[in-house]
Design a protein around this ligand. Structure first.
Ligand SMILES: Cc1cc2nc3c(=O)[nH]c(=O)nc-3n(C[C@H](O)[C@H](O)[C@H](O)COP(=O)(O)OP(=O)(O)OC[C@H]3O[C@@H](n4cnc5c(N)ncnc54)[C@H](O)[C@@H]3O)c2cc1C
Length: 572
């Protein structure tokens, strides 16, 4: 990144400028920027969030919210409001279905059955249009005195400056929030670009991207059709549907309900050069369903199907998150969920740095953990599914050989179950979690296994505590900082770790219970849980450290908080 020696305030001479100073400036108030603002704001970090649009954009993308994402909403104090904003009644399901040829054809199976992994998460998944999610997040952000939101401002300039970053934002939609003020000059300790796939922050920070060769033009249709609802009643409880057709060569025609009964969205590849006026979208829909039905278009837009990953998620004091850092086709509903996890991962680390207990290693670990997870999601799940579908469609055709097709179709259905289990983003091999016994661990991967065992670098599974806690879940007892779960653990070890954390200034809550019932599923007596509820260390990990020794307790905590390991041994 180019370091500025003079901060360009030229525009300030001609128009009134308001100056703001803050700890973290967030560029972009889409779902990820809002999530990050809540994560930081709740931790007492002062933030300024700049979003160019006064209202969320009414495009029903990003509908599929995973169980893990709903854990974020719980901790962000926005879960009840989000569930209430659901546009499909709770008694109607939010499952998916994959069909061959057309939606009403003879071949289909259940797809993305996330309920299979429900026991490993504290919350059930949810589905609603992204603009509804954004409305809920905006309302929650408005409750936080630590977050100042500037709607209707567009960031134009981002430059590193001394021990911070300076930004210029211009009024974007009418005049800015501050009446006559037409320009904001913001000084922040850190800037996070959550400004989407065409990120200005990424570009100005000099962060390059690696693109894949999947470029396709896609159409996004939003339409009303009651007849389609009637036609799809044969698939109760389903809210999204994808159709495989030989001529699409692995890319999908994808339908989703926006509400129950009327409104739908659809996306699919279209030939390059397609416009609103030169393509018969109605027939395209009818062909995908395999029947004619009424269609009243509300929106016809286009987007680029591509895979892009930033070559770094950090450049000095500038970070990027969400689509600014990575984008991929919305196959499998990974996009917004991956972005929320970025926010959760980065939030506590930035807070730790600003509160003085987290250093550069901790900040660097954001890139070390999150980038490989996205790369793996794109490679091992999304690109792989396009390639698998392509090979299937090129190999099997019920018109040519029905038996072979049906056998292979059944095999796909079984694989769809395996895929839900295998998607388990984890940070095995990360520099801030205990060493993994898995030799190939790279610091992050989307491939894993769901298990209740507490494993370093993996999401903590929920468990009911004993009657002492009135049957509350471990998740209801986790602290804002680190949490030490101790199940009939040796008091000496708990004491040593607690005292060491105190001496290091690390926030640590201890939850002590008997090793009983569901807590035994962790297969550990001591589990150190990070503020984002991944396991940093457990006493079953490969490092074999003994916490009764102060030096070893310190080594565990220094690693988890990203403190230099050189000083790991010595006085506290
Ligand atoms: C058709 C479609 C369907 C999808 N379906 C799913 C799905 O089912 N599940 C899923 O997980 N994901 C889905 N996605 C992907 C998902 O929508 C994105 O991953 C998500 O929007 C990323 O959120 P974000 O906050 O990172 O970026 P964005 O949503 O792009 O938000 C960026 C924000 O930054 C603002 N901004 C940009 N530049 C500036 C600037 N200079 N100054 C101020 N503000 C600025 C923008 O106005 C915007 O509000 C879908 C995407 C598409 C296109």
């Amino acid at each position: 990144m180019k370091h500025a020696t003079t901060f360009d305030m030229q525009a300030e001479k001609n128009s009134p400028t308001k100056r703001l100073a803050t700890q973290v400036a967030i560029v972009g108030g889409g779902p990820v920027g809002m999530g990050l603002a809540i994560e930081l704001g709740q931790r007492g970090i002062r933030c300024v969030l700049i979003e160019r649009h006064r209202q969320p954009q009414p495009i029903p993308k990003g509908q599929n919210l995973t169980q893990r994402t709903m854990e974020h909403f719980h901790f962000w104090g926005a879960e009840p409001a989000l569930r209430a904003a659901r546009t499909i009644p709770p008694e109607y399901g939010i499952g998916g279905l994959t069909a061959y040829g057309s939606l009403l054809g003879p071949y289909h199976y259940d797809w993305m059955q996330r309920e299979l992994v429900r026991p490993y998460y504290f919350k059930a998944n949810e589905r609603l249009p992204q603009y509804a999610t954004e409305t809920v997040l905006r309302a929650r952000v408005a409750e936080l005195p630590t977050v100042q939101v500037c709607y209707g401002w567009r960031v134009e300039d981002v430059k590193p400056w001394a021990d911070g970053v300076k930004m210029i934002a211009l009024a974007h939609e009418g005049s800015g929030d501050a009446g006559e003020v037409q320009q904001l000059a913001i000084h922040a300790d850190y800037v996070v670009g959550c400004d989407g796939s065409r990120s200005l922050v990424r570009a100005q920070a000099g962060i390059t991207q690696t693109l894949s060769d999947h470029d396709r033009m896609m159409v996004l249709l939003v339409f009303r059709s009651h007849q389609l609802h009637e036609l799809l009643k044969r698939y109760p409880g389903k809210s999204y549907y994808n159709v495989l057709q030989t001529e699409l060569d692995g890319y999908w025609k994808f339908f989703g309900r926006v509400d129950l009964g009327e409104t739908w969205f659809f996306h699919a590849p279209v030939p390059p050069g397609t416009t609103r006026d030169n393509f018969d979208f109605r027939s395209y829909l009818h062909q995908a369903v395999g029947a004619d039905f009424d269609v009243e278009f509300e929106h016809i837009g286009f987007w680029d199907l591509r895979f892009a990953i930033a070559d770094s998620y950090r450049a000095g004091r500038v970070f990027i998150a969400g689509d600014a850092a990575h984008s991929h086709p919305p196959y499998g509903g990974y996009g917004v969920n991956t972005g929320f996890e970025d926010a959760r991962n980065l939030g506590w680390k930035l807070a730790a740095a600003l509160q003085g207990w987290g250093g550069e290693t901790l900040l660097d670990s954001y890139d070390r953990e999150r980038r490989p997870v996205f790369a793996s999601t794109a490679r091992d799940f999304i690109a792989k599914s396009i390639e698998t579908d392509r090979q299937f469609l090129r190999t099997f055709d019920p018109e040519q050989d029905r038996d072979a097709f049906e056998q292979a179709w059944q095999g796909r259905s079984a694989h769809a179950v395996g895929e839900v289990h295998a998607f388990e983003p984890n940070y095995e091999g990360s520099p801030i979690v205990a060493e993994s016994d898995h030799a190939a661990a790279q610091g992050g991967s989307a491939i894993g296994t769901h298990t209740f065992r507490a494993r370093a670098g993996h999401h903590l599974a929920p468990a009911l505590l004993s009657q002492r806690f009135q049957g509350r879940n471990v998740y209801e007892e986790l602290g804002e900082g680190f949490t030490l779960l101790a199940f009939d653990a040796e008091p000496e070890k708990v004491r040593t770790l607690t005292q060491t954390a105190q001496a290091m200034g690390l926030p640590l809550k201890v939850v002590e219970d008997s090793a009983h019932g569901e807590c035994q599923r962790y297969e550990a007596t001591l589990v150190l849980v990070r503020p984002d509820h991944f396991v940093a260390w457990s006493d079953t990990d490969a490092d074999g450290l003994d916490l009764a020794e102060a030096a070893e307790a310190k080594a565990v905590l220094r690693r988890a908080s990203g403190a230099p390991l050189l000083e790991a041994v010595g006085s506290v």
